[in-house]
Design a protein around this ligand. Structure first.
Ligand code: FE2
Length: 268
């Protein structure tokens, strides 16, 4: 009989608001949808920029298997030594090799090994990274020696870059999910060779915000072009967005991808 696992991949979780919304809903979602593992993009989980060791522990305490990141990974300095020692929080694998941290890790789910690879795009991202296609290929070769169940978080601005990677590695990984734009896309599907795909999972935080941040200072910035300070938006309603991916444990191919877009109107 074919066995399967169901993984809940969650998009960029923004600040304390995102953490509180996540904490409010995750155990119910697990029960209601028979979720076997949860993976979160946590690069904005500390006040919108970066992540700290304490927040990494918060995710662990809520049963998250792996936290992925992106261009804000280093914004809180105390995560740097933590990431040299722990592969629970990943950094994009195509950062230079001398950077601390790990771009790939494995965890056990229902007795099966699951690989997670974090990559980042190079268009409009403001950093000069290694070629993510080549890096993906190298890491997938390593991962497939251990397991066919492999999940890829491709953190990028450009949809074009995300789908290009997904077609390049279609059939060799279970899923390619996009993060970074904080806006869930309507293109979730299984690609021709069996890889589940979505251009962006969306976000967790205040819905009527600017990617989770307070909107007024950012609107002002567009008007006057002056530097501005913005905070984490705290008002209801909130959104918790991501996707369930069900994977055949023998082949590593995706059986199903279903988006989640939970809106919660109750103030925190
Ligand atoms: Fe980002």
């Amino acid at each position: 009989m074919t066995d399967s696992i169901k993984v809940f991949l969650i998009g960029d979780l923004f600040g304390k608001t995102g953490r509180d919304v996540f904490a409010r809903h995750i155990s119910n979602l697990r029960k209601e949808h028979a979720i076997d593992a949860v993976i979160v993009n946590g690069e904005n989980s500390a006040d919108g920029k970066g992540i700290t060791p304490d927040i990494a522990n918060f995710f662990k305490d809520h049963g998250v298997s792996v936290v992925t990141t992106g261009n804000h990974v280093w914004d809180k300095k105390d995560i740097v030594p933590y990431m040299s020692e722990h592969d629970f929080v990943l950094r994009p694998a195509n950062y230079p090799d001398e950077c601390p941290g790990f771009g790939m890790t494995f965890f056990t789910c229902k007795g099966y090994q699951v690989g997670v690879i974090n990559l980042m795009g190079r268009i409009f991202m403001g950093v000069h990274l290694d070629n993510h296609l080549e890096k993906a290929k190298d890491f997938i070769v390593q991962a497939r020696k251990i397991t066919p169940i492999i999940l890829v978080d491709m953190h990028a601005e450009s949809h074009y870059e995300k789908i290009c990677l997904a077609y390049f590695i279609d059939g060799t990984v279970s899923a390619v999910v996009g993060t970074h734009t904080h806006v869930q896309t309507a293109d979730a599907r299984i690609l021709p060779q069996g890889t589940a795909y979505i251009s962006d999972l969306g976000m967790v935080g205040s819905l009527n915000s600017m990617i989770g941040a307070t909107k007024e200072p950012l609107i002002k910035k567009f008007l006057n072009q002056m530097p501005t300070r913005h905070g984490v938006a705290i008002d209801a309603p909130y959104v918790l967005a991501g996707a369930f991916v069900t994977i055949d444990t023998q082949t590593g191919k995706a059986i199903n991808i279903k988006t989640v877009y939970l809106v919660d109107k109750e103030p925190l």
